[in-house]
Design a protein around this ligand. Structure first.
Ligand code: COA
Length: 373
């Protein structure tokens, strides 16, 4: 069996950021208008008024201070409350593929790899812009990669599932150089009129180049082990799908956007992930103290604090478990890869770390890595 390693990563960040203050102002304006239009029904006790959102709550409950988005004006307009991203003609590359290509180019450049030397492209993300042709095939064509390409979706765990899929291709010999990209336009499935979740997500694209060890550049990351897990839960759902055109409320119904029972997710996913990490560490003959750093999924700062406490037996500091939530918010599958990309330059050869994702499904993935010389 061949040995798979991570050769490099790439990141592309949209130019526009929305602060909590801006987001809350637009939500509150929308809610006030909604309440005003239904003043009589609310006064008669027929319907509940929409509650107001608060900057303080968002930061305290999640650690999120801002998020990048593909379209700022639509999201912040109280009459729209959604990104406005125009459809493109068929002779243009899709928005998702375009974002992925930008992140991919950085990963290829950092590895000193030519696109034609890549022989598989995986696009792993929580939502795909269309059913087919695959975003991954667009990325393959745009970059000029050879071999094969396909899309896969495991919600927030898409990147770690993608890394294992890529590593398995390399281990089995069916590919030597695999580009795994995560374009996430989370604003497209976020309900900006839902006070309890309007602040959660942001947009971004990441890329990871997984290769056979003999090809990899100096300073690559050995993959010590990968592990994936899924366990059915209704607590995070998105019912949007290709059969919805027949639904009475159509694709605008709230259940066709992101919906969650945030408290339950928090309570159930933290122990599931902490146990998974500890068990996987044990299988590799390692302990929490052997980890120099954990690049955890970026959904909630308090969740990450709890998970790292359970793994280390004490709270991790920002150096041991960095967060990018303050500027990026939750970027679904891309979150742990952004953390890894931005906070790994200082890791020395022989030091070990963990890339870990978790989210809807439920799904979770652990990728233990060691910096090579
Ligand atoms: N502004 C002000 N108050 C708000 C608010 C907002 N935007 N959203 C919720 N609240 C209120 C609630 O109504 C509730 O009020 P009540 O106590 O009077 O009922 C209170 O704040 C606490 O709400 P709760 O939903 O229990 O907050 P929380 O501490 O659980 O934090 C999340 C909410 C979403 C940040 C948190 O549950 C979380 O991160 N969960 C995991 C999410 C996750 O990882 N999802 C996966 C996505 S892939």
């Amino acid at each position: 069996m061949k040995t798979a390693v991570i050769s490099s990563t790439g990141l592309w960040t949209p130019p526009n950021s929305i602060s909590n203050e801006e987001l809350v102002a637009s939500y509150n304006a929308w809610a006030e208008n909604w309440n005003l239009e239904r003043e009589a029904d609310i006064a008669a006790g027929l319907i509940e008024p929409k509650p107001m959102s608060s900057v303080e709550f968002i930061e305290k409950a999640s650690g999120i201070k801002a998020r990048y988005v593909m379209n700022k004006t639509g999201v912040l307009d109280p009459d729209i409350m959604a990104p406005r991203i125009p459809e493109r003609p068929n002779d243009q590359i899709s928005v998702m593929a375009e974002m992925a290509v930008k992140a991919a180019r950085e990963a290829l450049e950092r590895a000193g790899r030519r696109p034609e030397d890549v022989d598989a492209v995986i696009c792993a993300a929580s939502n795909m812009q269309r059913a087919y042709p695959a975003m991954a095939i667009e990325v393959q064509k745009e970059l000029g990669c050879s071999g094969f390409a396909f899309d896969m979706n495991v919600a927030c765990s898409s990147a770690t599932f993608g890394i294992q899929a890529a590593a398995d291709f390399v281990r089995s010999g069916s590919a030597r150089s695999v580009l795994m990209v995560n374009p996430e336009i989370c604003s497209g499935h976020l309900n900006f009129t839902d006070r309890d979740s309007h602040f959660i997500f942001g947009d971004v694209a990441t890329a990871v180049l997984v290769e056979e060890e003999s090809l990899a550049p100096a300073g690559h990351w050995k993959i010590l082990g990968t592990k994936l897990k899924t366990e059915f839960s209704n607590n995070i759902r998105n019912n949007f799908g290709f059969l919805n055109r027949t639904a009475p409320e159509g694709i605008d119904a709230p259940d066709k956007l992101f919906v969650q029972e945030g408290r339950k997710v928090f309570k159930e996913v933290v122990p599931m992930v902490a146990t998974m990490i500890t068990e996987h560490l044990g299988e590799l003959g390692l302990q929490g103290t052997d980890l120099r750093r954990m690049w955890l999924h970026q959904a909630n700062a308090n969740m990450n604090r709890l998970i790292s406490s359970k793994v280390l037996g004490r709270e991790a500091n920002e150096d041991e478990s960095p967060t990018v939530l303050d500027t990026y918010a939750n970027t679904s599958s891309a979150g742990s890869i952004i953390a890894f990309h931005k906070h790994s330059e200082d890791i020395r050869p022989g030091e070990r770390g963990l890339i870990c994702s978790f989210g809807a499904g439920y799904s979770a993935g652990t990728v233990f890595v060691e910096k090579a010389a």
